[in-house]
Structure formats: structure tokens, C-alpha cells
Design a protein around this ligand. Structure first.
Ligand code: ATP
Ligand code: MG
Length: 572
């Protein structure tokens, strides 16, 4: 293609609104433009990259035996009422009415639609297993759209859904998807990690997220440095500490101590000349089942996902100051479990303390020498905290590191959740009616475009992996006025294009310096420069974007050298 014919509106300045590198560079390289919050236009180069991601996803899904379909973006409310999600999905679901006043939504995901399709069309175990996927636009009215394509409101997703006769067959499908996903992200040239993900109150290890490692990631992962354990921080398990030995002097009753104005964990620890690890903090939460208290060691942070799963609630938010006073009889900062008439959920580390310090449920007072299990009885004891880098690996005892990641894929064993809700059944070999055993598999196709840039960039611009680059080669003639250079440039261009190389010829009437800068900004992996000096030696200059290594290649070997290099980077 000729640069002069393409719409590539590059920007010299950094756009002020863009916080993330990928957002900034996608705008600067003229690949996307914002239409509204979280809603973007894809320009020719941006679309080329998106199409490359799609092609890889499609090839690997097809290779794994999945079939492509295309489902509607607009969905009737009836299906969502049937699954029960019309009420629970919340404001991310964009709802509207059609001209007949019928409730509709713009699909944020397609479990309902696909289950409806399959219950109508599939009736026998002979038609199973079945794995259907689509690559399609989704809309989620995200509360905080940000980082450009990383968290949009309108975005492109590959969503897939599998239907199996039973759990054993579903396991096989899940494994096939796990492998297909690994191949997809490897082919996209991404440095990724697969982590165990939260599965809601059911628990179990049948959900994995594929995380691209990047500092801008919104997710935190806990990863063992010794074994292959890795989990989303939401899910990462804390190992219960050994119980502390009981004090030698014998159990004394706990005592109330006046602590005026001493509220935070740090203030309490300083006041009692101890460490936060000896303090038991009491968090008061509102839930749809009523208020509860969560107990944690002072040096630990609550993991609200674990609390939600233990309680089986979806709403969980901290009680405000007035509500705290109403529930405990004391101001914020003086809550404690002793004598508190609320369900008490204690983290396992709290119960390992021989004695601790807590609020006294009386403003300006704390209790010292509180013995868990003696002075208060928790309703349930569980792992309720976030792990830290001080925690051992739950599998091997090795060291845990916390990393930042961008979730680009998610695979999940659904079981019969949707098939039961929508009464989607088939007849098994014995003629019995059974619910489909389902799985769902998502990939953030447009998010991958951004994630690749988060991992591949430098001060000059984007560094695309060969597999995603909008063009593999950018050909820059030093001057187009000069007839010999011009002719050579077009000759090389035709030859490369005929050999199947994706080549962009910069035929603009610009100084070479401008073209070099744009080439770096656009992130084209290979730059080929032809000019009078090299032509005199029958050579062209080839520069590699990532390594910045420059070589001079004989013109008659150029095609072979470039195709070999491209093939090597594409196929390893
Ligand atoms: P997140 O926790 O990032 O909101 P999710 O758990 O809601 O993701 P899924 O419902 O599993 O995501 O969707 C499948 C995939 O779609 C995700 O793995 C992610 O790559 C992508 N995705 C989800 N939300 C967005 C968004 N707002 N913008 C771009 N991609 C998204
Ligand atoms: Mg989400």
C-alpha cells in the first residue's frame, strides 16, 4: 500500500486525556479516535491490527473444533428474565425499549442467546459435544471506562460456549480451550500468565484467566517463584498460620483500657507499644442479608471477594459512621467482636492469636488481652484476606510475588447454570432428558491490541510483534525526486508485495527524518531504506524496530532475507 493513500492521522503531541501508553500511542499513531467515553473509531491501521488478532483467534478456535456463528447484538429482555439476570446484572447492562415498548438490551455477553439457540436446535446426545463461538461487538456500560481499548464500553470480544453431555466431557472441552488460548496468546507474541480465577460462591478450580503482564494492569496476580502456582489476587489462598502458644502466666480476663482519640490500627499499635499483627480489626459491612462483622489481623487486608463467596451475597459495602454507631454503640475506630450482637466472620489468622487488642464497642476504649474463642465466638472462620509477598505459596511453601496483569482471556466451566434456568435439555443414550453441561470462553480481542502495546513500546512509539503489525515492512525512499531511487523503491515494493510481504511504501513528499519518526511511531517491525548511496552499492538498509539492529542487504537478496526474517518471527 502507498502511505499517501492511507488515512494515518499521526499526532506529534501526546494527547492529554490518555493515561496508559497503549491509549496514547494508538491515538498518536492514528489508529483509533474517540467518539464518546469508552467508544472508539478504528482507523485503517488500527483495524488491520484488530483483524490480525481476529484471524489468529479464528484459526485456533477452528483448529480446536469450535464453530463460528454470529449472534445478534440486540437481545430481548425475556431471555434475561428467564435466566434471572435482568434483575441482577446492574447498570453495566445497557437497556432500552423498541418502538413497541418491548424491553431490550445491547448484549454484554451471550449465554442467554446461545442457550436459547441450542435448546431449540439440539435435542440428542448424538449432536454433542458442540462448541460455538463468535467475534462480535459487546457493550458494557462500565462505570470507569479507561485506558482506551483496555476498558471500553463498546469493544470486540470473542465469546464461545460449549455444550457437553456430562462433566467428564466438559473437562475435555475445557482442556482443549485452555490449550487453544495458550496458542492464541503465544502467537500474538504476548508475555502472559495463566492464573486461577474466582469462581463465585461455588468454589473449585474450573476458571482460569489469561493475564498479559504489564505494570498498567488493573488485576493483581499472586505467582509462586518456585512452582507453577498462580492465582488472581481475588482468589489466591492464604495459608493458615500455626496457633500461637498460650501465654505461660495463664489466661487472664481481658481488660478495658481508656484510649481517647486512638482509632486507627497504627494509632492503637503505637498506644499499646505493639505491632499491628496483635490487633484484631473489626469491619462492619452491609449486605443484602443484613449487617455483618468481619475480623482481621491489623496487618492484613480484607479480600471482599472471599467474604462475598463465604456469605453467598452479591452486595457488600462498608457501613458508614452513623450506621457503625447504631450497630456497636461506639464511634468508628472502637468496634470489636466482644459482646457484639452480629454475625462474626473471622479470618483464620485472627483465631491463631493467643491474645489480641480490639475495640471495646465504647467510644474512647479498647480491650486488651482478648482471647479469640474465649471472649468471642465467631459464626464462621475462613480465609478472608488478601495474600501478600510475605505469605508462603499454598502449594509448595515457596515465595509469592505479586504482579500486575491485564486480563485478555477467561475460561469458565458453567455447568448447568444456564441450561437449568432456560430448561435446555437433550436426550442421552438411555433416552433420559438431561441438562446440557456448559462452559464459556471469552477473549478481549480489542483489549489484546492495547495489551500488545503495553508490552511492546519504547520512547519512539509502538513495537508490534510481527504477528499483529499492520504492515510487516515499511519501505522508505530517501527521495522520490531522484529517478533512480524512485524506480528502485517501486521495484522493491512490487517484488515484496508479489512475494506476499505486507509492505507499506512511504511515498509522501516528506523529509526522510519525518518518515523515520513515523515508521518508529507506527511500530512497523522492519524498515527498509533505499537511497542513492546504498543503491550505488546495489544495497538497501534494513533496520529492525525492536532490536534497532541495522544491516545492509544486497537488493537481489532483499526479498529472501525479509521473507525469512518474517517467517522466523511469525513461526518461531
Ligand atoms: P474485567 O474483570 O476486566 O471487567 P470481565 O471478567 O468482566 O473482565 P469477561 O466477562 O470474562 O470479563 O469477558 C471476557 C473478556 O472480555 C475479558 O477477559 C476481557 O479480555 C474482555 N473485556 C471485558 N470487559 C472489557 C471491556 N470493558 N473492554 C475491553 N475488553 C473487555
Ligand atoms: Mg467486567
Amino acid at each position: 500500500m502507498l502511505y499517501s493513500r492511507l488515512l494515518i492521522p499521526t499526532l506529534k503531541e501526546n494527547p492529554a486525556e490518555a493515561e496508559a501508553v497503549s491509549h496514547r500511542l494508538l491515538l498518536r499513531a492514528g489508529m483509533i479516535r474517540k467518539l464518546a467515553s469508552g467508544i472508539y473509531n478504528y482507523l485503517p491501521l488500527g483495524l488491520k491490527v484488530l483483524r490480525k488478532v481476529e484471524a489468529i483467534v479464528r484459526e485456533e478456535m477452528n483448529r480446536a473444533g469450535a464453530q463460528e456463528v454470529l449472534l445478534p447484538a440486540v437481545q430481548p429482555a425475556e431471555l434475561w428474565l428467564e435466566s434471572g439476570r435482568w434483575q441482577v446484572y446492574g447498570k453495566e447492562l445497557l437497556r432500552f425499549k423498541d418502538r413497541h415498548q418491548r424491553d431490550c438490551c445491547f448484549g454484554p455477553t451471550h449465554e442467554e442467546v446461545i442457550t436459547d439457540l441450542v435448546r431449540r436446535e439440539v435435542h440428542s446426545y448424538r449432536q454433542l459435544p458442540l462448541n460455538l463461538y463468535q467475534i462480535q461487538v459487546k457493550f458494557r456500560d462500565e462505570i470507569r471506562p479507561r485506558f482506551g481499548l483496555i476498558r471500553g464500553r463498546e469493544f470486540i470480544m470473542k465469546d464461545g460456549y460449549s455444550f457437553d453431555v456430562d462433566e467428564a466431557q466438559a473437562e475435555v472441552t475445557y482442556q482443549a480451550m485452555y490449550e487453544a488460548y495458550s496458542r492464541i496468546f503465544r502467537r500474538c507474541g504476548l508475555d502472559f500468565k495463566v492464573v486461577e480465577a474466582d469462581t463465585g460462591p461455588i468454589g473449585g478450580s474450573f476458571s482460569h484467566e489469561f493475564m498479559v503482564l504489564a505494570d498498567t494492569g488493573e488485576d493483581t496476580l499472586a505467582s509462586c517463584t518456585a512452582c507453577d502456582y498462580a492465582a488472581n489476587l481475588e482468589k489466591a489462598e492464604a495459608v493458615a498460620p500455626d496457633p500461637q502458644p498460650a501465654p505461660v502466666s495463664g489466661p487472664e480476663p481481658c481488660r478495658e483500657v481508656a484510649t481517647p482519640g486512638v482509632r486507627t490500627v497504627e494509632e492503637v499499635a503505637a498506644f499499646f507499644r505493639t505491632t499491628p499483627a496483635e490487633i484484631i480489626k473489626t469491619l462492619l459491612y452491609e449486605t443484602e442479608q443484613g449487617p455483618v462483622a468481619v475480623l482481621l489481623r491489623g496487618d492484613h487486608e480484607v479480600n471482599e471477594v472471599k467474604v462475598k463467596n463465604l456469605l453467598g451475597v452479591t452486595d457488600l459495602f462498608l457501613a458508614g459512621p452513623a450506621r457503625v454507631e447504631e450497630l456497636t454503640g461506639a464511634e468508628v475506630g472502637f468496634s470489636g467482636p466482644v459482646g457484639l450482637n452480629l454475625p462474626l466472620y473471622a479470618d483464620q489468622a485472627v483465631m491463631a492469636l493467643a491474645r489480641g487488642i480490639t475495640g471495646a464497642n465504647r467510644s474512647g476504649y479498647h480491650l486488651a488481652g482478648v482471647v479469640p474463642g474465649r471472649d468471642f465466638q465467631p459464626t464462621r472462620v475462613a480465609d478472608l484476606r488478601l495474600v501478600t509477598e510475605q505469605d508462603p505459596c499454598p502449594r509448595c511453601g515457596g515465595r509469592i510475588t505479586l504482579l500486575k496483569g491485564i486480563e485478555v482471556g477467561h475460561i469458565f466451566k458453567l455447568g448447568a447454570k444456564y441450561s437449568q434456568a432456560l430448561k435446555a435439555t437433550f436426550l442421552d443414550a438411555a433416552g433420559e432428558e438431561r441438562f446440557f453441561f456448559m462452559g464459556c470462553y471469552g477473549i478481549g480481542v480489542s483489549r489484546i491490541v492495547a495489551a500488545a502495546i503495553e508490552q511492546g513500546h519504547d520512547a519512539d512509539g509502538i513495537i508490534w510483534p510481527m504477528a499483529l503489525a499492520p504492515f510487516q515492512v515499511m519501505l522508505i525512499p530517501i527521495s522520490l525526486e531522484e529517478e533512480a531511487t524512485r524506480a528502485a523503491a517501486f521495484r522493491v515494493y512490487e517484488e515484496l508485495a508479489a512475494a506476499g510481504v505486507e509492505v507499506l511504501l512511504d511515498d509522501r513528499d516528506e523529509r526522510p527524518g519525518v518518515k523515520f519518526k513515523d515508521c518508529d511511531l507506527l511500530g512497523i517491525p522492519l524498515r527498509v531504506v533505499v537511497g542513492p548511496k546504498t543503491l550505488a552499492r546495489h544495497q538497501a538498509e534494513v533496520r529492525h524496530r525492536r532490536t534497532r539492529e541495522t544491516t545492509f542487504v544486497e537488493l537481489d537478496k532483499l526479498k529472501d532475507v525479509l521473507t525469512a526474517r518474517i517467517a522466523q518471527e511469525l513461526h518461531g
